[in-house]
Every structure is written in C-alpha cells, then in structure tokens.
Design a protein. Structure first.
Length: 182
C-alpha cells in the first residue's frame, strides 16, 4: 500500500486547500492512501527556540509522519502571488536540524496542488515552491499540474468538493502521482 502524507498550507477553518486535501483522501486510488498531517501547532521558526528547547513536539510528529510515508503531497494556497508564510515556516522547521533534512526530504516524491478563489488557481505559488523543493533534494512530480481556480464555486459550504470536473482532475492527478511514487 502506497502511503501519501498530505499537508494543507492554510490555518483557516474553512480553507479551500484543507477541503481539497480532504477530497484527495476520499479519491485516493486503489493501492494508495492519503493521510492528513497537521500544521496547526507549529510555532514560528526561531533558531534560539531550536537551540534552547529542541525541535517542538508538533514538528517532530509531522517529521515522523513524512518519514513513514512513501510520498508528500503539498496542498498550497497562494498569498500575494507566492508561498504562504505559514507553509514555508513549516518546511523550514521540518528541515531542522540540517542533518535531518535528508531523512525527511531527500529523493522523496512530492506532489503539489492547490486551490484559490482567484482565476489562476495557485500557479504562482506552485512555481515559487520549485526552488525550495530543489534545495531540499525532493523528487517533485510535474506531469499533471492541478490548479483549482474559483474555489468558492468548486466547494460547498461544508467544504465538500462538488465540481465533477475538478473531482475527475483530482482523481487523475492522484492516480498519476501514485504511479510516479511506485
């Protein structure tokens, strides 16, 4: 069984990206599972905190979830045409201490998807992630990008993915990503 750990880069309760990740859990192909990792309790990165107190338990838990998985799925919002600060902060913590970064990221298959209320989905945010993923030594999957635009029309008030065309794109994305991982 292929295990994918998915992380939504938004802290908002009604996050379109958390909803997209929940739909990925539901639409995981046969032979694969998508589990959700949480960023809710991860503090702002501060070397003094790391040096004096070590890695926070919330960061250590998420690291272990990623290490135990076959792949990582980043579900990214787009803020001001780039990576959300809170999401980049999570990745910065996960790469600490530097000796841990290879265990967490080196050659790990990474998928990148996202939803936005705007018309262009999260294309600029996903592009902004590329130098970060390259620096971490991941193995990103580029064959089938998924940028969900006009997200307020794609999800209902409870956060369920109701747009059948987007559901099918997500299903195909996950099938391709699972093949890439394998």
């Amino acid at each position: 069984m292929t295990k994918i750990i998915g992380i939504s880069g938004s802290l908002r309760r009604q996050s379109f990206n958390a909803s997209l990740l929940a739909a990925a859990v539901e639409l995981a192909p046969s032979g694969a599972t998508v589990e959700i990792g949480s960023i809710q309790d991860i503090p702002l990165y501060n070397f003094d905190v790391e040096h004096e107190q070590g890695i926070p338990p919330s960061v250590a838990r998420l690291k272990e979830q990623i290490i135990a998985a076959d792949a990582l799925l980043l579900v990214t919002p787009e803020y001001n045409n780039s990576i959300p600060g809170v999401f980049k902060n999570v990745i910065d913590w996960l790469s600490r201490p530097p000796a841990d970064a290879p265990r967490v990221f080196s050659q790990r298959p990474v998928g990148l998807i996202g939803a936005s209320p705007g018309n262009f989905g999260t294309i600029l945010s996903q592009n902004a992630w590329l130098p970060v993923l390259r620096t971490l030594g991941t193995r990103p999957w580029f064959s089938s990008p998924l940028y969900v635009s006009s997200a307020a029309k794609v999800f209902d008030a409870e956060g369920r993915l109701i747009d059948e065309a987007v559901r099918e794109k997500l299903r195909k994305y996950l099938q391709g990503f699972a093949r890439f991982i394998g």
